[in-house]
Write a protein that binds this ligand. Structure first.
Ligand code: MN
Length: 211
């Protein structure tokens, strides 16, 4: 029997059951999105880094090291998509959605003018991200901002600050449930599923790093 090395990168568990976000994101969507798309990025990444200098790196390190290097695009794309999807699953919660309270709620009102403006900007970023990509809430030098990235790019690879939340706007994230209505998907996620506890936790992590 051939001894095989343990895989470098693993598919992280979903933080909830596959039907937990229904009816807003169906179990069928999660099944394809997590078990097929996300898993394929993990498998492909392991295949590409096997036996290379990249095999032992942490995922974030690997993303930063390969970003912007055309000859490493395959590794970068798969590594970033693994990270982005881990981040996306945690950006959603069956108990999420609506207007955030507490410190993050106050900061959103301060930095965007109002919660309504924040919603408008987040949906607009997702809507105007041409093709496949991601919309993000980031904290950049102490200020909350909305950004968007194409394909597998993320705030780590683009130097856009610290990611707090993300919404996947690849068609595979919403097509089964919303078909071409990307705006309805974005608005529904923000209204019903967005995980403010995760965003607040990420904001507090940057605070302790800055201190
Ligand atoms: Mn996706």
């Amino acid at each position: 029997m051939i001894q095989t090395k343990a895989k470098s990168f693993v598919l992280a568990n979903l933080p909830y059951e596959q039907n937990a976000l229904a009816p807003f994101v169906s179990a069928e969507t999660i099944n394809y999105h997590y078990n097929k798309h996300h898993r394929t990025y993990v498998d492909k990444l392991n295949e590409l880094v096997s036996g290379t200098e990249f095999e032992e790196l942490e995922l974030e390190e690997l993303i930063v090291k390969t970003a912007g290097h055309a000859d490493k695009a395959g590794i970068f794309n798969n590594a970033a998509q693994v990270w982005n999807h881990n981040f996306y699953w945690n950006s959603l919660s069956p108990k999420g959605g609506g207007k955030p309270t507490g410190e993050l709620g106050r900061k959103i009102e301060a930095d965007f003018g109002s919660y309504k403006n924040f919603l408008k900007q987040f949906v607009e970023a997702g809507m105007t991200d041409f093709g496949s990509g991601w919309a993000w809430l980031v904290e950049d030098q102490g200020v909350l901002k909305i950004t968007k990235t194409s394909n597998a790019e993320n705030p780590l690879s683009q130097g856009q600050g610290k990611a707090l939340l993300t919404l996947d706007v690849w068609e595979h994230a919403y097509y089964l449930d919303y078909q071409n209505r990307r705006g309805d998907y974005l608005k529904t996620i923000l209204d019903k599923l967005v995980n403010w506890n995760f965003a607040e936790m990420n904001m507090n992590i940057c605070k302790s790093i800055d201190a």
